[in-house]
Design a protein around this ligand. Structure first.
Ligand code: ZN
Length: 367
């Protein structure tokens, strides 16, 4: 890329709303060039989605909204008996909500689906059926990107599958997140409970594997890599996890050398960001991490706020009217009251994430 192109990208402005295709690439490049990353927040319903949008708007930051298969199923409703259908319908419904609302919050939003292992490839392909239909209607894909996490399979099979699916996504300007190496811990039934005593060498991605992925996928379309550098899903006791962000540097340098590319040619993703030391987060961002997943910490912030609300108004969650003095409690048990407290709690935690990742005030959106 020439000097002029870099110049124009760094001052690029985008239309607020869901970004896909060229706009998605502009946003990712701006993150890497500007040395900041976007939080990718797992959502499960309109409360959590709106909380993310509110926090992004308040911090003048762009953001990534993502659904796991379980989150998508929950969005559709746990009462729906066909769970496979629910996972698809929930993800479609959530995406349509975000397409409808994001532009009104005045920020750019990347819409993404989280971990899909071998069993969940049909889920991603069903979403691509919906994505292609949406693309025909609107000229935009339904999602900006999907993830395929085939890191438990042999690497050749992993990359062949990723190439096959990316071939379908690329014509719509969609990007694919892949995983190499294994993020420790369990998330939504994918991966195992983190075992500190096990041989954890797989917790560190090998640069040769990343190069192999680049060689195979870069000619097809846009992709990003969830690289492992000791990161673990969930929050564990301090000291149990050794984060080594310098692992990422090795992969960037190898690919840059082999392909005569500029610094940080890879778009990297940091999974298991909750509970990580702030210096390690900043260091990872300097090595081309543009996306950091956050789920555990925002889940806790959402629920902590509800717990606090219930503790402050305990009687309102037992009686409609105060049994002692007849005061009506409607203004406390109205679900909007305690759900609003939850939204505010989650948004406050996200404000912290925007600061940690350096993305506060960096939104590219311009109406
Ligand atoms: Zn993850």
């Amino acid at each position: 890329m020439g000097e002029a192109a870099v110049q124009s990208k760094s001052s690029a402005r985008l239309k607020p709303g869901v970004v896909t295709g060229e706009d998605y690439l502009t946003l990712v490049e701006a993150c890497k060039a500007g040395g900041y990353a976007l939080p990718a927040v797992n959502v499960t319903g309109t409360n959590t989605i709106n909380s993310v949008l509110e926090a992004a708007a308040k911090n003048k930051a762009d953001v990534i909204i993502q659904l796991s298969n379980g989150g998508a199923q929950f969005y559709a409703g746990q009462g729906l008996s066909d769970s496979s259908a629910a996972k698809v319908l929930g993800a479609v419904s959530a995406a349509k909500h975000v397409h409808m609302m994001a532009e009104h919050y005045g920020v750019c939003v990347v819409l993404h689906t989280d971990h899909a292992n071998k069993k969940l490839i049909p889920w991603v392909e069903a979403l691509l059926d919906h994505g292609e239909a949406f693309f025909k209607e609107t000229g935009k894909p339904l999602y900006s990107s999907h993830m395929l996490d085939l890191s438990e399979e042999p690497i050749d099979w992993n990359l062949d599958e990723c190439a096959r699916v990316l071939k379908r996504m690329a014509p719509m300007g969609m990007s694919l997140e892949i995983e190499l190496g294994v993020t420790g811990g369990e998330e939504d039934g994918i991966g195992g409970e983190f075992d500190e005593s096990a041989d954890n060498s797989k917790l560190y991605t090998q640069p040769e594997d990343v190069l192999q992925a680049f060689d195979k996928l870069n000619p097809i379309g846009s992709f990003s890599v969830a690289a492992s550098f000791g990161n673990v899903h969930g929050v564990y006791k301090p000291g149990n996890v050794k984060l080594r962000p310098e692992i990422l540097k090795g992969s960037q340098e190898l690919v840059a050398r082999q392909h005569n590319a500029g610094p940080n040619p890879l778009n990297l993703v940091f999974h298991g960001g909750s509970g990580s030391e702030k210096e390690k987060i900043s260091e990872a961002v300097t090595y081309g991490v543009f996306k950091m997943n956050i789920d555990t910490d925002t889940q806790f912030a959402f629920s902590e706020a509800v717990g606090k609300f219930v503790e402050e108004h305990p009687k309102a969650f037992k009686y409609q009217i105060d049994p002692d003095d007849g005061t009506p409690f409607k203004k406390f048990y109205d679900p909007r009251k305690w759900l609003r407290a939850a939204e505010v709690g989650m948004a406050e935690r996200l404000s912290e994430a925007f600061v940690d990742l350096g993305s506060k005030g960096k939104s590219l959106a311009q109406a």
